[in-house]
Design a protein around this ligand. Structure first.
Ligand code: ADP
Length: 377
């Protein structure tokens, strides 16, 4: 078969005009990151975030133009926008600042299931850095260890960390020429934006762009038969997250929180978000619950441990378990062999498997309790 080249791809994209700007998308320098591998083509269209919603047809037209080339097996185009100058402010999730067009919830997309996937669950957090990705990864691996067929979708497109944590690299192939095949490690199928775009690509995702990326990772990926697909959500509870929670047919959501965040109501915002989109909350996992000294094994409750359990009780949702702050958890996921794999008989692996069993039970029972209604003062 004839190999497709990058210049052929660009040539094809020169035929695609941006209707609002009166020129083709290549001349307008909107195309970047063209990657061609064995007939699979990826590229990004850099656009003005304000035009996001209007540009989905343009994205599709660009994909079609490339798809027509001989030798092309699959095409993935994603819309991105440059991040505004980085602000030296910590806290608060990226992308939550500017609301998208219209109220979230308006024009609610239909939630079609993903064929072959029995249940999709979201792992979410009120803000970044609480260990959401670490928890998603170990939860997925623990579910697999419990005998389930598991997929892991890295929807944390602000900072995809699954390639590193799952010890995976490279670009996905497409066996059927239509859908991308997930990469597999430790028996878990993984798809991440990190496989499709360079790690240092500066980008910000807002409503519609997030939707198109997520929809593709959900539906244009050959997940096969899965008992459960774990979705690592972007941190925070802004419009982008809400849109995602809305667009995915979720069986339930798991909230990850540290003891201090739950006190600060961040996790409550997460609950509220799922309530708004009618997704049952399966429960809260308290991460970095207490500190285990790696030298003497002494346990210190540095963050007033137990806050999440009490708070979960108060909020009427279930407490799924607690995971301590342990350097071994960080080191193993940084090294691409998460603790559940690295020390399968260790105490942390046992904890994750117990949490995984609890979550699986709840999915079987038809989701958790509906998220409680409450008001944030
Ligand atoms: P998030 O997805 O919420 O941004 P990450 O999962 O990326 O958070 O975790 C942030 C950092 O904290 C990572 O370096 C991770 O290895 C570390 N980490 C997460 N959970 C634990 C834990 N229980 N003990 C020690 N380090 C942890």
């Amino acid at each position: 078969m004839m190999a497709v080249t990058e210049s052929q791809v660009l040539e094809a994209l020169r035929q695609v005009a941006d209707p609002d700007r009166g020129s083709d998308i290549v001349s307008l320098k909107m195309v970047s990151g063209v990657a061609v591998k064995d007939g699979h083509v990826h590229f990004t269209l850099e656009v003005d975030p304000a035009r996001g919603a209007a540009l989905e047809p343009l994205r599709q037209a660009a994909e079609k133009a490339v798809d027509r080339l001989a030798g092309v097996l699959s095409v993935t185009a994603v819309l991105t926008a440059h991040r505004p100058a980085p602000k030296a402010v910590s806290g608060g999730a990226p992308g939550t600042g500017t609301p998208g067009t219209g109220a979230p919830g308006a024009g609610k997309p239909a939630k079609a299931g993903v064929p072959g996937v029995a249940a999709i669950i979201a792992v979410a957090s009120g803000k970044g850095g609480v260990g959401k990705s670490t928890t998603s990864t170990n939860l997925a691996l623990a579910m697999a260890a419990n005998g389930l067929k598991v997929g892991l979708l890295d929807a944390d497109i602000y900072g995809p960390s699954m390639p590193r944590m799952m010890g995976l690299s490279g670009k996905p192939d497409s066996a059927d020429g239509k859908r991308l095949d997930p990469l597999v490690n430790y028996g878990v199928k993984v798809m991440s934006m990190g496989f499709l775009v360079a790690e240092d690509t500066p980008m910000i995702w807002r409503g519609p762009m997030v939707m198109s990326a997520l929809t593709q990772m959900l539906r244009d990926v050959n997940w096969g038969e899965l008992d459960v697909l774990v979705v690592d959500m972007p941190p925070g509870t802004g419009d982008a997250q809400l849109t995602m929670a809305q667009s995915v047919p979720l069986a339930g959501a798991v909230i990850v929180s540290t003891p201090q965040d739950i006190a600060l109501l961040d996790a409550r915002k997460g609950l509220n978000m799922f309530r708004r989109v009618d997704v049952p909350v399966l429960g809260i996992i308290e991460n970095m619950s207490y500190f285990c000294c790696p030298n003497c094994g002494h346990r210190s409750d540095i963050f007033s441990h137990g806050g999440a359990r009490a708070e979960a009780d108060k909020l009427g949702i279930d407490f799924l378990g607690e995971v301590p702050l342990d350097i071994a958890i960080r080191e193993t996921s940084d090294a691409g062999t998460p603790i559940t794999i690295q020390q399968p008989d260790g105490v942390h692996a046992q904890t994750y498997r117990a949490i995984a069993a609890r979550v699986a039970e709840k999915i079987k029972a038809g989701g958790g309790r509906a998220a409680p209604r409450f008001v944030i003062e």
